[in-house]
Design a protein around this ligand. Sequence first.
Ligand SMILES: Nc1ncnc2c1ncn2[C@@H]1O[C@H](COP(=O)(O)OP(=O)(O)O)[C@@H](O)[C@H]1O
Ligand SMILES: CC(C)(COP(=O)(O)O)[C@@H](O)C(=O)NCCC(=O)O
Length: 270
Amino acid sequence: MSLYLLFDVGNTRLKWAAVESSQKPSDQQKKLWAYSGSISSKSLQSPEHKAELADYIAKTLPKPDAIGFSCVAGADAIDNLKSLFPQWGDIEWKQLRGDSSYEGIRTLYQDPSKLGADRLAAVIGARALSKSNTLIINAGTATTIDLLGSNGLHYGGWILPGLGLMQKSLEANTAQLPLAVRGDAPLGFGRSTNDAIIGGCDAAQLGAIQFAIDVAKDLNHPVERIWLDGGNSKVIASEINRLGKLKSLTIEPSEGLVLRGLWAWLLNNP
Ligand SMILES: Nc1ncnc2c1ncn2[C@@H]1O[C@H](COP(=O)(O)OP(=O)(O)O)[C@@H](O)[C@H]1O
Ligand SMILES: CC(C)(COP(=O)(O)O)[C@@H](O)C(=O)NCCC(=O)O
């Protein structure tokens, strides 16, 4: 049995998972990963955190047979990550980039090398799970919304500030707005500053999803499935449910869609 180790280096968090060759990226069961974890991406910059993490990984993870990763957090983050594993110098680190190829998927991005590697990985992960017209939402530092057609074409997508960034930018760039705190605000227009900010940012995220569904329909690729991943996915899923909109579509939370895509890509590029 082989072991594959996967890293998704995001702007806020570094996520990893190890998976055994007895499993397939198309498997949907919950217990997919043999090992998984996440830490703040910033901790890769601190020598103490790095030493701690290296020690933890060395004690818990057996040596993998292959390593795949994507990184949207800059070249230093890659160097810092690799430096955690001096003992695995003989393993090739395979980096998925925006212009990496994957059989059955083609992007319409004008310059695919500029496409976020995590977005391509999530698209590949979604393709492994279903061959229908799919919206892929990664609600992390930024929220990305991508359309993948049943024909395997990535029609492009949108990048908007993630929920946290939206809220923080209001606090940072105004005199009167606080950093809002999510509570149990009633639905509808906010009747306090806090509720107006939380509700407004939620509306921007949900509105973008609704608009993406409309645009996909206009492109004759009506959305059949929606995969939702990222640190803000639970909040967004719960707001969608609370609002009772988008009822005709199942929004499926899919933790680790980027990791799943990396895994599928690694298997395709042994
Ligand atoms: N425990 C947490 N740690 C960090 N961010 C969190 C946490 N819970 C929710 N978040 C939200 O999730 C975002 C990070 O999500 P994630 O999918 O890991 O992003 P990225 O891939 O950009 O690193 C943060 O910007 C924050 O808004
Ligand atoms: C849009 C992103 C910042 C999202 O990063 P994340 O929120 O996952 O950390 C990242 O995918 C990226 O840097 N993309 C490059 C530009 C593009 O995709 O067009």
